[in-house]
Design a protein around this ligand. Sequence first.
Ligand code: G3P
Length: 217
Amino acid sequence: MKFFVDTADVDAIAELNDLGMVDGVTTNPSLILKSGRDILEVTKEICDLLQGPVSAEVVATDADEMISEGRKLAEIAPNIAVKVPLTWAGLKTCKTLTDAGTMVNVTLCFSANQALIAAKAGATFISPFIGRLDDINLDGMELIADIRAIYDNYDFNTQILAASIRSANHMKDAALIGADVATAPPAVIKAMANHVLTDKGLAQFLSDWEKTGQKIL
Ligand code: G3P
């Protein structure tokens, strides 16, 4: 499973990228707001950091304007994936941009039918939102499994990009189902390395080592 980082915080991306853990980045208007940065500037900076896809989201709601915004975002760098909402205008934009060779990430997906229609429109990535479905007492992970089954039934090339990931368990479950990509905030990716027994075991080893009176260096 590829790891995308869901943030517009350049330092946080760089830190994980130095460990080879960043296969791509996703942003959205809320994350741009949180960064306090200009969308074009910060997105360019992120694109220069890594080779993988960097999603930048349009904000227009009608197809013509969305296509123009998408083309402008795509000019930032060759690794831009234009992010469009799963609306009819978004699907039209998806088809136009992918036909022109631009990667498109169709976002705000909450049903298997939405994922199916996005694949038909040629989406490079589909972004089902796990956490937001869980928030309203639905099963976000079941949606990932349904989309996996449907895409595999017909050999769609659209990559499942599990989004709205809130916990390390979400990462594990998405990987078990076979999501192609999971995008998560830096804190969730870091939390994947944590285990209470690792901390406990290390404390024991260090205390025993102290008693040997030895040094390695
Ligand atoms: O990039 C979209 C996304 O991952 C949203 O996550 O936590 O705001 O639902 P969240």
